[in-house]
Design a binder for this molecule. Structure first.
Ligand code: NAD
Length: 428
């Protein structure tokens, strides 16, 4: 099928590449000319494992091309909207980019009217699909579908090629059939439903995953007080098939471009209907206080951070991505600087992004280098490069052998044997 993908960020680029790999003729559109220029040369503007190689292949095959102007895709049967829906000042989802894309589609459709589907892949408040359908009511032959995205940064391409499920919200059977044709060959359970259901499935999924994380983070605080081990507790819980092992790890709190904004958007959406989602409110509260609780664990060992050198290992909100949006590292660095500490930070990919916000700290080429002369090292993101270290050497190079493991990812036995004082999250 002929497909246009509007917005070539984490979701749009991955969608465009995966659809092209699945045999569709895809046109990727982005407002940012420099991004389009890079993409045409086969350079991915984002770091995502395997994506650049796949991009080069589909460009060579001629199944994917990039432009800044949507009229280049005027004969597309399907328009995917993959633009950002960031948090507005009042916590609701800002639909400015989405509405801009809809108005671009309206113009292009008037130039080349035909049967087509506008698919909203961006995460949007319940009712947005109805709103967009209303805006496009004058465009004959246009249907609006909701097809939320569930990919995880760090494994985005694989998730797009082998999704856990495909959720399609439509209001007519013809649009459902076209969407089925688009995803023909992709093995995944289908949920074909209404647009509003599809939209809420996305918000509910993210809110539930955030809930699991905050539940474990709060439990980790109790575990610390009781002297129990949250890693063992999590394992014991996760083996119950009703619970499952995913998203049961305690840490420094969730970040990224989705959970923070989607949980607040869902709360605001509920409030518009006079419903208070009290559990979700607490989920956000626990998450907001988790980095501070983590630093308290450091301060129990090192009460005065003034003039102390602290190594911060890992800056992105999770490993295998360059995304630093809402990363806990940002809050931690800020708090450390406020307490008068000197920060040396390392991240395999994310340092350049963070250095724009924190030019005053030192960025090193390796985790071991960040630890040299440090009074404590904090693991904030469990990149392999931050986890697998020569502990004896690191021990020799530090001013004080204190490790505070914000991801429970360091080998606690091995580091203790190397002579470190080791503190995990909720670990005995
Ligand atoms: P992003 O900020 O990385 O990319 C958005 C892109 O859209 C940018 O390149 C921007 O230049 C472009 N854009 C904006 N308006 C445009 C227009 N009118 N025409 C063409 N291009 C335009 O965003 P993202 O992380 O890919 O997220 C996109 C949506 O998908 C959001 O709603 C997000 O909540 C949702 N989502 C994201 C993820 C994720 O892991 N990042 C996962 C699932 C869902």
């Amino acid at each position: 099928m002929k497909v246009a993908v509007i917005g070539t960020g984490y979701v749009g680029l991955t969608t465009a590449v995966s659809l092209a790999m699945n045999g569709h003729q895809v046109t990727g559109i982005d407002l940012v000319a420099s991004k389009v220029e890079k993409l045409r040369q086969g350079i991915s503007p984002i770091y995502e494992p395997g994506l650049e190689e796949a991009l080069k292949k589909v460009l060579d095959d001629g199944t994917l091309a990039f432009f800044t102007d949507l009229t280049e895709a005027k004969d597309a049967e399907i328009f995917f909207i993959c633009v950002g829906t960031p948090e507005a000042a009042d916590g609701t989802a800002d639909l400015t980019y989405l509405l801009g894309a809809v108005s671009d589609i309206e113009k292009v459709h008037s130039l080349a009217p035909q049967e087509r589907i506008v698919v909203i892949k961006s995460t949007v408040p319940v009712g947005t699909g109805e709103k967009v359908a209303g805006m496009l009511a004058g465009c004959q032959g246009v249907s609006v579908a909701s097809n939320p995205e569930f990919l995880r940064e760090g494994s985005a391409l694989l998730d797009a090629l082998e999704p856990s499920r495909i959720v399609i919200g439509v209001d007519n059977s013809q649009a459902a059939a076209s969407m089925e044709e688009l995803y023909n060959g992709v093995k995944a359970p289908r949920v074909i439903t209404t647009r509003v259901n599809a939209e809420l499935i996305k918000y509910a999924s993210n809110a539930f995953l955030a809930t699991r994380i905050s539940f474990m983070n709060e439990l980790a605080r109790l575990s610390t007080a009781l002297g129990t081990d949250i890693v063992t507790i999590s394992r014991g819980m996760g083996l119950d098939s009703r619970i499952g092992p995913q998203f049961l790890r305690a840490g420094v709190g969730y970040g990224g471009s989705c959970f923070p904004k989607d949980t607040i958007a869902l709360l605001r959406l509920a409030a518009e209907h006079n419903i208070h989602l009290s559990i979700l409110d607490k989920v956000r509260e626990v998450n907001a206080t988790q980095p501070g609780w983590f630093l308290e664990q450091l301060c129990l060992q090192l009460p005065d951070l003034k003039g102390k050198q602290i190594a911060v290992l890992g800056l992105t909100f999770k490993p295998d991505t360059d995304d630093i949006r809402e990363a806990p590292s940002l809050k931690l660095i800020e708090a450390l600087l406020q307490k008068g500490a000197f920060v040396k930070a390392f991240d395999p990919i994310g340092a350049s992004g963070v250095s724009k916000q924190f030019p005053q700290i030192t960025y090193t080429q390796s985790a071991a280098e960040a630890c040299e002369g440090a009074h404590a090292a904090l693991l904030v993101t469990e990149w392999e490069q931050c986890v697998q270290l020569d502990w004896k050497r690191v021990h020799q190079s530090m001013a004080q052998p204190l490790l505070v493991d914000g991801r429970n990812a360091w080998p606690n036995q091995e580091v203790k044997e190397a002579g470190f004082h080791y503190i995990g999250i909720g670990r005995s």
